[in-house]
Write a protein that binds this ligand. Structure first.
Ligand SMILES: Nc1ncnc2c1ncn2[C@@H]1O[C@H](COP(=O)(O)OP(=O)(O)OP(=O)(O)O)[C@@H](O)[C@H]1O
Ligand SMILES: [Mg+2]
Length: 494
């Protein structure tokens, strides 16, 4: 049975054809993967289905009836639910308070709470309704979003890059829930760049390229290589040469550092390491083991309770001191990486203005020419330099930040999950860029992606419960060893 049919959907934005006569079908009882390079039009298509955008052309059928979806409210009424990529809950309210909006007069009764609990349990998505949202991990927040969509009666569920914010264990939990929904006859659209996940969870896959559908395939009949070729039109071999660079001077020194988390608990408990110019120091670990707090402390954004952090010979106490020497690619790109309402030019200029100011005056023409070059060199797809950053696709926002943070060169670069949400080709470019920069820069890389850590790092510190459970040289590290250490098993080095 067909739940959704989108026929001949075309959507134009100034300067881009985001969807070009797209045909897409979702059946009952299937997980349908939606793949494509950054900017291919996946989110746009889903925004049309969810009533956020209206298509310029095309028709939508739900249960074989022609429908007009003018707003998310229309979509919800038709049984369409969406789990946003980054949870959109109110931080300062409890889970129950956040869910109260679903009920008449926003009232949450005991009976309703019971209903929520049993629904969550049924799908194996336990949530604590009394917890405050700010206390929850991103994975827990996403669970609340999934439950919210189900409470609204969604039979058609849109998940746009849902696993970006999840730990491997949370991914398993989500996939189990998706399987239960599929068995009940719901239809799920799974948008992702992670081919291994797409191959494991989906029944069919549709691939978009530059707004057009290039193929819809049975997942069982395809593989990573074919999907990559369909998406980018060529093969990509992810192999990197890490030529030895003689390490230069020490740029970052972390000395027996202790840092607290938001709840006042010890998140970092006595970490020490150094990073020299010419090396990539990788921090591996499952999310939530203190990586976030450590990085914030290094960037001067979080108080160091004990110990010292020294960048370029200066002890860091404020973000301003950090910025003098260092660049930062944060993982919360929309929140910390860009100012969404400012233009692409302004966002690029945030760190460039110093170079273009002469005696306090900024040479706008020079700045604009330089920004144009960056847009070209880093392949940032944008209608113009004046377009606001929020109009860019997720991958292009990541490129903008990479361009801004690396174009000028810096002594220290901190890259946190630098390839989250990037398509295969862009992931490849970012990794090559990091390796290229390493000649002149000390790089601190934080990633949960084991392959990435192993491919790029000269040394690897594995974080577990606020400490390094071990630090390995690249040539003594392998996936099994690092994987075990990430789970808390101390492994002899050497
Ligand atoms: N509101 C908007 N205004 C102008 N252009 C937009 C708007 N939304 C999307 N676009 C453009 O439409 C194209 C498709 O974007 P979309 O977000 O659908 O891509 P995507 O496939 O989801 O990419 P990613 O994998 O990077 O998330 C991009 O070129 C994007 O810049
Ligand atoms: Mg998208």
């Amino acid at each position: 049975m067909t739940l959704v049919r989108m026929v001949g959907i075309t959507k134009r934005f100034p300067g881009v054809l985001a969807n070009d006569s797209v045909n897409f079908e979702l059946r009952s009882g299937e997980v349908h993967g939606l793949l494509g390079e950054n900017g291919a039009g996946k989110t746009t298509l889903m925004n049309i289905l969810y009533g956020i955008y209206r298509p310029d052309e095309g028709e939508i059928y739900v249960d074989d009836r022609r429908v007009r979806i003018r707003s998310p409210r229309d979509a919800i009424r038709l049984g369409i639910g969406r789990v946003p990529q980054f949870p959109e809950l109110v931080d300062k309210l409890s889970v129950a308070e956040n869910l109260a909006v679903l009920f008449p007069e926003n009232i949450m009764s005991r009976k309703r709470l019971e209903e929520i609990r049993s629904l969550a349990e049924k799908y194996g998505l336990p949530i604590n309704v009394d917890a405050m949202v700010y206390e929850l991990s991103l994975g827990e927040r996403q669970r609340v979003e999934v439950v919210k969509a189900l409470l609204r009666g969604a039979r058609i569920l849109i998940l746009d890059e849902p696993t970006t914010v999840l730990t491997p264990k949370e991914v398993d939990t989500l996939f189990e829930a998706l399987k239960k929904m599929r068995n009940e006859g719901k239809g799920i659209i799974f948008v992702s760049h992670k081919l291994s996940e797409v191959l494991s969870i989906t029944d069919r896959v549709t691939v978009l390229r530059r707004g057009k559908v290039v193929a819809t395939l049975e997942t069982a009949d395809t593989d990573e290589e074919e999907l990559t070729r369909l998406m980018v039109g060529r093969r990509i071999v992810q192999r990197y040469e890490r030529k030895k660079v003689p390490p230069g001077e020490e740029v970052l020194r972390v000395e027996n550092v202790y840092v607290l988390n938001d709840k006042g608990g010890e998140a970092v408990r006595g970490i020490s390491f150094t990073v020299r110019r010419g090396e990539i120091f990788g921090i591996a670990g499952v999310a939530g083991n203190g990586q976030k707090e450590l990085i914030e402390a290094i960037a001067g954004l979080r108080k160091v309770e004990k110990g010292r952090i020294i960048v370029g010979g200066e002890e860091i106490r404020t973000p301003y001191q950090f910025r003098k020497y260092a660049s930062h690619i944060p993982d919360d790109r929309m929140g910390m990486g860009v100012l969404p309402s400012l233009s692409v030019l302004d966002n690029l200029s945030l760190t460039l203005y110093r170079r273009f100011s002469r005696m306090g005056m900024i040479d706008m023409d020079d700045l604009r020419r330089f920004a144009e070059k960056l847009v070209e060199r880093y392949k940032i797809v944008t209608p113009s330099l004046g377009a606001p950053a929020w109009q860019l696709s997720g991958g292009n926002i990541a490129r903008l930040i990479l361009a801004r943070e690396t174009a000028m060169g810096c002594r220290l670069l901190i890259a946190v999950h630098p390839t989250f949400g990037l398509d295969v080709a862009s992931t490849d470019e970012v990794r090559r860029t990091l390796l290229r920069l390493r000649d002149k820069t000390a790089i601190l890389l934080v990633s949960e992606d084991l392959d990435e850590i192993l491919q790029l790092s000269d040394r690897i510190g594995v974080m577990y419960r606020g400490r390094f459970i071990g630090v390995l040289e690249a040539d003594e590290a392998d996936p099994e060893k690092v994987g075990l250490m990430m789970g808390g098993v101390a492994v002899e080095s050497g």
